[in-house]
Ligand binder design. Structure first.
Ligand code: UD1
Ligand code: PEP
Length: 435
């Protein structure tokens, strides 16, 4: 199996690129089809490993699935095979992606029970699921974790609306609890809710299905339970993490790139963070145009001190773009402190960037200082392995900017979240081969 990219770097790229539908939204939205026996049509679904695995999992449990177009599917969860959840197949497939955790809320709400093997996902530090299960318990579910078989189980004869103060603003946790609460008796209030565009999209879709959710986009959601939901249609937003990755790619390779149809108003603080690195961009209609820039200078804070870029729950800066910001800073003028507050092991990939010639000090597992090279010295190509999805794309961007040949192994990580990335980058002029 071809599981590596060979990249000859140092070329300027040029052209237009259209972002795929949002991965993290897709994982929520596709899980939500389990809430109704009616047909749901979803479009702009990205053709990526994680999403395809979730779709396959739904098919295995009896959801009728039809692919109407490459990015459009219908789902009909009218006949779910509850025995499937006891199978060895479910244990293997259910645990292979993190997004599968979000089938628990809908299954609990509709069938009164659900189980899920400890989920997979990136090796980026501890990733607890307490928020999900504390929320289900508040709604009246019993929770059990069996370390021997590695299964989390919840069951409830009745879910009852209540006040829930989440212990942290967990993205998938909020989605899961919202999906359980829409069919609970009475009113649920979720405070300290996450409010990423993924969740806003989920709540809007649920309302179109007949749910009664208010407070969408805030950290206080009120959900009046209903007895039944019905079918609807939904279109995924463009993937904001892909958009940020392409902004970084353009800057780091000095390329002129237009990112098409970005739904700019949904990008929150993302464009501003890249602007603070000195990257120029123009909004043309709903496209982002990034001119070719050989130099970009990181701003300082108003008092002249070195800028920090840190992650935070929405509307703060998403942790999923910090690795990309870090890489782009390597060829900027100036210095920046990257502070990854949420995940403990997401910055270790800087070792590879050091091998390529970057000036970075890893201060501790959460913080790295990047001293920009201002394109005075180019990175050099090396062989490396991608540890997680975002580090993988960051290394790919570094390799495209570097002199010489790089090989990136374990590209499966990248392909969890970036659709046909080699083909799309080739269309911009990148020299990238799958080996
Ligand atoms: C499938 C999916 O949608 N995955 C995304 C989702 O993962 P996921 O929903 O799994 O991540 P969570 O939001 O639960 O938490 C992510 C990490 O941040 C920490 N945390 C979270 C909230 C908070 O207020 N303080 C805090 O420290 C958690 O302890 C955890 O270590 O959200 C993450 C945070 O945006 C993203 O990186 C993932 O890409
Ligand atoms: C960490 C990520 O994904 P997951 O939560 O699926 O591991 C990500 O999308 O950056």
């Amino acid at each position: 199996m071809k599981n590596a990219f060979e990249i000859v770097g140092g070329k300027k790229l040029k052209g237009e690129i259209t972002p795929q539908g949002a991965k993290n939204e897709a994982l929520q939205i596709i899980s939500a089809v389990l809430l109704t026996a009616d047909k749901i049509t979803i479009s702009n679904i990205p053709d990526i490993k994680d999403v395809n695995k979730l779709i396959e999992l739904l098919g295995d449990m009896g959801v009728k699935i039809e692919r109407l177009a490459p990015d459009t599917y219908t789902f009909e969860a009218s006949n779910i095979n509850l025995d499937f959840f006891q199978s060895a197949e479910f244990k293997a497939k259910g645990g292979s992606l993190r997004g599968s955790i979000m089938i628990v809320g809908p299954l609990l709400a509709r069938f009164g029970k659900a189980s899920i093997p400890k989920p997979g996902g990136d090796k980026i530090g501890r990733r607890r699921l307490d928020t999900h299960f504390l929320g289900f318990e508040k709604l009246g579910a019993r929770f059990d974790y069996n370390p021997e078989d590695g299964f989390f189980r919840v069951d409830a004869s009745d879910l009852k609306g209540t006040y829930i103060l989440l212990d942290e603003a967990s993205v998938t946790g909020t989605a899961n609890i919202v999906m359980a609460a829409v069919l609970a008796k009475g009113t649920t209030t979720i405070y300290n809710a996450a409010c990423e565009p993924y969740l806003q999209q989920l709540c809007k879709m649920l309302n179109r299905m007949g749910a009664k959710i208010t407070g969408i986009g805030s950290n206080l959601l009120t959900i009046e339970g209903v007895t039944e939901l019905h079918g609807t249609e939904h279109r995924m937003l463009p993937d904001m993490i892909e958009i940020g990755s392409f902004i970084g790619l353009a800057a780091m390779t000095g390329s002129e790139i237009t990112i098409k149809d970005v739904q700019y108003k949904e990008l929150g603080i993302i464009p501003d963070v890249f602007r603070r690195l000195g990257i120029k961009m123009e909004l043309r209609g709903d496209d982002i145009f990034i001119p070719s820039q050989d130099h970009y200078e990181i701003e300082t804070f108003i008092d002249g001190s070195i800028m920090t870029i840190a992650d935070a729950p929405w509307p703060g800066f998403t942790p999923d773009l910090l690795s990309i910001v870090l890489v782009v800073a390597i060829q900027a003028k100036g210095s920046v402190l990257i502070h990854q507050k949420m995940f403990e092991s997401r910055l270790f990939f800087v070792d590879k960037l050091l091998d390529m010639g970057a000036q970075i000090i890893l201060c501790d597992p959460h913080r790295a200082t990047v001293i920009g090279l201002d394109n005075q010295v180019k990175l050099r190509g090396i062989s490396m392995t991608s540890p997680d999805i975002r580090a993988g794309v960051s290394l790919l961007i570094a390799a495209l900017s570097a002199q010489g040949k790089s090989t990136i192994y374990n590209i499966e990580q990248i392909e969890r979240g970036y659709q046909h990335i080699d083909e799309r980058l080739k269309a911009l002029g990148a020299d990238i081969t799958r080996i």
